[in-house]
Design a protein around this ligand. Structure first.
Ligand SMILES: Cc1cc2nc3c(=O)[nH]c(=O)nc-3n(C[C@H](O)[C@H](O)[C@H](O)COP(=O)(O)OP(=O)(O)OC[C@H]3O[C@@H](n4cnc5c(N)ncnc54)[C@H](O)[C@@H]3O)c2cc1C
Length: 342
């Protein structure tokens, strides 16, 4: 029996044993319903408390200052103080840059100390700069990048950029000095994430595709009201290429609702996690199975997207589900693709 048939068989068994369990315990649905009602009561108390806090804050502290999203961070709308907008290019000054891998750096851009980027997860920015093209001519080009810092953080935001040897924009950014500025606009919202919109999210990332996933993981893990289970399967070329490993490991230790699994194509000395490209078996073991309560997000270079779920079709949003996810039985509405194509 092939891996796909085994997966399907085992999945069917799980479904039928769950159905049998529901018949044995008919009270389960009612129990769930009463749990939901107590949640509403909690929400009301929290709402009253939040209104009281807001009034005290407005009257006593700075009328013009608010900490956007402090009560419900991931439901932020686009920035209310127009730090960014889609119509106009805004200049942001480079404040700091830090090497995170041999070809990857985090660039920190300055905001007003009381401002935060305030864009909603899951979104990216567009950066524009003048470069000298291959014909030696000055040209304005634009590229997309995903902010990875806490979207509510005041005074700055970070983007992670892989510096390509021949990359026009990444080389241009790598040559920026502290105090130089770059034009940006956005946000481009790729997924309208809503707190607790699904019980379990399965994230598959490859290489710098981790940027989108980190943005979402940060938003979920920093919001005590968000109970979403998150499982991440992260593929890299070698152990040295795994970005944010320490941060991801710490998050998984401190948050029971977050699990991370790594796989590397070229295994190093100390082997941890899986070896090889993301496979159907890894997905089946690490991520939530197809259901209306789950959503799988796939983020990475086009080759990974292709293998895992089929090319992203720009015209039809995420497009058809193909590849490994189709083999396992995920349907169109259970999968979203984030291609970091150039
Ligand atoms: C929605 C979206 C979000 C993105 N987010 C990020 C992000 O957060 N961080 C980030 O670093 N990039 C991100 N990218 C990629 C980024 O927009 C640029 O495409 C990338 O920085 C290369 O641009 P460049 O001008 O430096 O290279 P270009 O001059 O456009 O390309 C130079 C050469 O390098 C090749 N190349 C391009 N990308 C890669 C790669 N990843 N690996 C190997 N070869 C490559 C190209 O095929 C080309 O031959 C994102 C892309 C999209 C579409």
């Amino acid at each position: 029996m092939g891996i796909t048939s085994k997966i399907k068989e085992s999945y069917k068994e799980r479904l039928s044993s769950k159905a049998a369990a529901r018949q044995r315990h008919p009270g389960t649905g009612a129990e769930r319903a009463s749990g939901d009602l107590s949640g509403i009561a909690d929400n009301k108390r929290e709402l009253a408390f939040a209104v009281m806090l807001a009034l005290v804050g407005i009257a006593a502290i700075y009328p013009a200052v608010y900490y956007r999203g402090s009560s419900n961070p991931p439901e932020l709308k686009a920035s209310r103080n127009n730090v960014l907008n889609m119509k106009n290019w805004v200049n942001f000054t480079l404040q700091e840059s830090q090497r995170v891998a041999h070809n990857t750096r985090i660039f920190r851009f300055k905001l007003d100390p009381r401002e935060s980027l305030g864009i909603p997860p899951v979104s990216h920015l567009i950066v524009r700069a003048e470069v000298v093209n291959s014909r030696g001519r000055q040209e304005k080009i634009s590229r997309s990048y995903v902010p990875i810092s806490d979207l509510r953080a005041a005074g700055y935001f970070d983007v992670l950029i892989k510096i390509l040897p021949e990359g026009m924009m990444s080389q241009r950014i790598a040559r920026l000095n502290l105090g130089d500025s770059l034009e940006m606009r956005g946000p481009v919202v790729e997924l309208q994430y809503k707190v607790n919109m699904k019980k379990h999210l399965g994230l598959i990332a490859g290489d710098i595709g981790i940027t989108y996933m980190l943005q979402l993981i940060n938003a979920i893990m920093s919001n005590p009201k968000d109970n979403t289970q998150v499982s991440l399967l992260y593929e890299n070329e070698s152990p040295e290429d795994i970005l944010f490993k320490e941060k991801l490991d710490k998050l998984s230790q401190s948050h029971p609702n977050f699990k991370v699994f790594y796989t590397v194509i070229i295994a190093g000395g100390e082997r941890q996690g899986g070896q090889g490209h993301v496979s159907a078996d890894m997905i089946y073991k690490a991520l939530p199975h197809p259901s209306s309560h789950t959503l799988i997000l796939v983020s990475g270079p086009p080759k990974l997207i292709d293998r895992v779920c089929g090319t992203k079709d720009k015209e039809r949003y995420s497009g058809q589900v193909l590849g490994l996810l189709r083999e396992i039985g995920y349907k169109h509405e259970q999968v979203r693709k984030f291609s970091l194509a150039c």
